[in-house]
Design a protein around this ligand. Structure first.
Ligand SMILES: Cc1ncc(COP(=O)(O)O)c(C=O)c1O
Length: 401
């Protein structure tokens, strides 16, 4: 029997005793959420513009997802992939008819990346195994995914890493061309780098990668773990640039906050993930898939792709106005509801001060304040969050002067 806990302090004490301390955690235990609001054990309410690290794409406990989970849990929680199951087929159809190809389901982003790497190697001749990835990218923490992540800080002490990954600077097509050889099987990229600082591709870069892939028979793999599910204002990020990948990975918001991941592959590539070569016991389970279908329906029926674009414009105008006022803002980078405010000073203190003011956001890549608000965020919530960030950054700018 677990020990019941009531205060943040009691939960923290329990963690100290029983949970492996591999995360830096804020000293707060969150107990309940609704929309963009979340409450701690002491009853304090926070506005969360980074809910679930982008997983809560519809905010906390979205009603349709909750209902779908309740109904599905009462019927069938889990069956293995040796059987057909209605929710998995429905979810695959919902995704592929809005995107392309065929789906394989797993449980997380890193798992989707692992499967995509295997699929790229399986689909190409045996001598082809190398994959080109990009500096400051992020693809997850399993051994192949972290090797694909071209950031040395995540490799420390893990060697030997998985063979066959080569790193290119972003937005440099010549550097990519120089790396391609007879052993290259694919190019893996986030259409917009998230953890790396909300970095957008230059015009023509993704198209250029498509052309290189076509010239050399490589597979173009888009890691849409963060950019998928409407995050950029279209169902998937590749649709923003009109560049068709051969393989796409999804996770985070895929099932409205329930653990789920997916690989989407074109009809031509998909059969290479043949029986016996890849599997996931929990992948595509009825519970996660029912949540996924409810997530797609909510985004569609509530017009959330349109809302994403409108709220994106509001964030942009608020932060560009602030940039004109405050020299500590170096650059504002916005794509849909991926928002990055790059500072001339470290961003971690800003995030701490926002928390003290009741706002949860994220700091990444040393100087970037990052927001991944849910697609149903309202204009009033955007204004509330921007007001707090503006107050905090004004105070920090004064300290710098
Ligand atoms: C673009 C991208 N790919 C992969 C991952 C790994 O996903 P997960 O943490 O679900 O394994 C992340 C996580 O932040 C991500 O942002």
């Amino acid at each position: 029997m677990s020990t019941a806990t009531s205060s943040s302090q009691a939960t923290i004490a329990q963690f100290e005793k029983y949970v492996i301390p591999n995360y830096g955690r804020y000293p707060i235990s969150l107990v309940r959420g609704e929309g963009t609001s979340v409450w701690d054990a002491e009853g304090n309410r926070y506005l969360d513009l980074f809910p679930g690290w982008g997983c809560n794409i519809l905010g906390y406990s979205p009603p349709r997802v909750v209902r779908a989970l309740q109904e599905q849990a009462a019927n069938l929680i889990h069956v293995p992939n040796t059987w057909y199951m209605e929710p998995q087929g429905q979810f695959a159809e919902a995704l592929c008819t809005r995107g392309f190809g065929k789906a394989f389901f797993c449980n997380s982003g890193a798992e989707a990346i692992e499967g995509a790497i295997k699929l790229a190697r399986l689909h190409t001749p045996p001598e082809k195994y190398k994959i080109i990835t990009f500096e400051n990218g992020f693809h997850g923490r399993t051994l192949a995914a972290v090797t694909a992540t071209a950031q040395p800080k995540y490799h420390d002490g893990l060697g030997p890493l998985v063979a066959g990954f080569q790193y290119a600077p972003t937005n440099d097509l010549d550097a990519v061309r120089a790396l391609v050889d007879d052993e290259t099987c694919g190019i893996l990229i986030e259409p917009v780098q998230g953890e790396g600082g909300v970095n957008l591709p230059d015009d023509g870069f993704l198209q250029g990668l498509r052309e290189i892939a076509d010239e050399h028979d490589l597979l173009l793999i888009f890691d849409e773990v963060q950019t998928g599910m409407g995050r950029t204002g279209t169902w998937f990020g590749y649709q923003q640039w009109n560049v068709q990948p051969d393989i796409m990975t999804l996770a985070k918001g895929l099932a409205g906050g329930v653990a789920a991941g997916a690989i989407i592959a074109t009809d031509e590539v998909a059969p290479s993930l043949r029986p016996g070569m890849h599997a996931s016991t929990f992948g595509g389970n009825p519970l996660a898939c029912a949540a996924g279908v409810a997530t797609v329906e909510t985004i569609e029926e509530d017009g959330l792709l349109e809302n994403c674009q409108q709220m994106s414009d509001l964030f942009r105008s608020r932060f560009e106005a602030l940039q004109a006022e405050l020299p500590i803002i170096e650059e504002v980078r916005v794509k849909g509801l991926m928002v990055g405010v790059d500072l001339t000073i470290p961003s971690t203190p800003a995030v701490g001060k926002c928390m003290e003011n009741g706002l949860l956001i994220n700091a990444t890549h040393n100087t970037v304040v990052r927001l991944l608000p849910p697609l149903n965020v309202t204009a009033a919530e955007v204004e509330e969050g921007c007001d707090i960030i503006a107050k905090v950054l004004r105070e920090m700018a004064e300290e710098v002067e």
